[in-house]
Design a binder for this molecule. Structure first.
Ligand code: GDP
Length: 300
């Protein structure tokens, strides 16, 4: 019922817009072929490949590299980092991955030295600076007269805030529920806006709405394979039993992977461009003295 109302109201607003723009809706008397436009779009995008950039923030040793390896089922061979860095810095590495005929240029940016200093007040600053520096680089390319955004290595961070509890196998079931509630309420009380899986597309609205209610995801990472029944599965083996990474009764790893990679990767990429970068660009251009108003405050 709710869906029907939403569809009807969007139809009504389409009609209104057409009326405003003086566009007439006509019925064609035969096939001409522009229905293949979406296929053309898909083919071109596949040829170009996709950029996807993840920033993974967390203490040294919390399980960041293991989680990224497990998410992409790839051994990225990241080196173990020490706990003795005086400052937080960011380390970016780009990899080319291919699944079927889709090429993905994946950049993983991880924090180094996060949480290792006694005074952690400034730990967030290099992270914010890094995000802004990528926006700035894109803006500078965009502002060039001869710009080449077509083959530009887009390094803007796509993965907005998705809270994750790492090493979820180290916490009991009841403690985990309490911890999840505490974490979410701390995020809210500190005014931190996390990424909400979008619910405006009917095909994924239901699953995304359910997943929003599961945040933060409690995950376990491991590239080790353990025999369970007659199958080899990714797991962590303990003297008392086996924690299976992809078993939804054991942890939320599958939920995170589905949401991040299968369902919302394009939304993350799009929101980075249309929301976050747009805001950065607007503020920067206004700072530089540009305006959309002409003389006598008339829009240009
Ligand atoms: P990073 O410094 O945050 O990149 O952490 P690593 O991925 O290098 O992991 C540090 C240690 O934690 C390694 O010994 C991992 O095997 C272990 N580890 C990683 N993920 C998990 C997990 O989900 N559960 C447990 N118990 N240990 C983990």
């Amino acid at each position: 019922m709710a869906m029907k109302t939403a569809c009807m109201s969007s139809q009504a607003s389409d009609d209104e817009q057409r009326k405003r723009e003086n566009i007439r809706s006509l019925t064609m008397s035969g096939h001409v072929g522009f229905e293949s436009l979406p296929d053309q779009l898909v083919n071109r995008s596949i040829q170009q490949g996709f950029f996807f950039n993840i920033l993974c923030v967390g203490e040294t040793g919390i399980g960041k590299s293991t989680l990224i390896d497990t998410l992409f089922n790839t051994n990225f061979q990241d080196h173990e980092s020490s706990h003795f860095y005086p400052h937080v810095r960011l380390k970016a590495q780009t990899y080319e991955l291919q699944e079927s005929n889709v090429r993905l240029k994946l950049t993983v940016v991880s924090t180094v030295g996060f949480g290792d200093q006694i005074n952690k007040e400034e730990s967030y600053q290099p992270i914010v600076d890094y995000i802004d520096a990528q926006f700035e680089a894109y803006l500078q390319e965009e502002l060039k007269i001869k710009r080449s955004l077509f083959n530009y290595h887009d390094s803007r961070i796509h993965v907005n805030i998705i809270p994750v509890i790492a090493k979820a196998d180290a916490i009991s079931k009841t403690e985990l529920q309490k911890f999840k509630i505490k974490l979410m309420s701390e995020l809210v009380s500190n005014g931190i806006q996390i990424y909400q899986f979008p619910t405006d597309d009917d095909t994924i609205a239901k699953i995304n709405a359910a997943m929003n209610g599961h945040l933060p995801f409690a995950v376990v990472g491991s590239m080790d394979e353990v025999k369970v029944g007659n199958k080899m599965v990714k797991a962590r083996q303990y003297p008392w039993g086996v924690v299976q990474v992809e078993n939804e009764n054991h942890c939320d790893f599958v939920k995170l992977r589905e949401m991040l990679i299968c369902t919302n990767m394009e939304d993350l990429r799009e929101q980075t461009h249309t929301r976050h970068y747009e805001l950065y660009r607007r503020c920067k251009l206004e700072e530089m003295g540009f305006t959309d108003m002409g003389p006598e405050s008339k829009p240009l």
